[in-house]
Design a protein around this ligand. Structure first.
Ligand SMILES: [Ca+2]
Ligand SMILES: [Ca+2]
Length: 101
């Protein structure tokens, strides 16, 4: 039996520990936050057992353009999505480090 509780909590389709440049587009279906305050929801946060993911769709096409992954041990990485002229999709790591240091 499926409860509404089991259906809640949208999960972007990737493993935060395995995420990398070739991970491909991350579709965001249920945005929950408006971080730039323009009245349009643009950001989804997902908490898993050992990581928190903040995914933002800047241009409103439904795919994440920016991801920040914060791991339970305090390390984080930030990624920016690029699609080149030939349609190849790639994530570029733009930042990484450890929170609180
Ligand atoms: Ca917004
Ligand atoms: Ca987008």
């Amino acid at each position: 039996m499926i409860t509404t509780e089991q259906l809640s909590g949208p999960q972007p389709d990737f493993d935060p520990d395995e995420f990398g440049a070739e991970s491909g587009a991350v579709q965001l279906t249920e945005l929950t936050h408006d971080i730039d305050g323009d009245g349009i929801l643009d950001t989804l946060t997902v908490e898993s057992d050992d990581a928190m993911i903040v995914a933002t769709d800047m241009d409103g096409d439904g795919d994440a353009d920016h991801l920040t992954i914060v791991h339970g041990h305090g390390g984080y990485s930030a990624w920016e999505f690029h699609r080149d002229d030939s349609g190849h999709e790639r994530w570029e790591r733009i930042d990484q480090g450890t929170l609180g240091k």
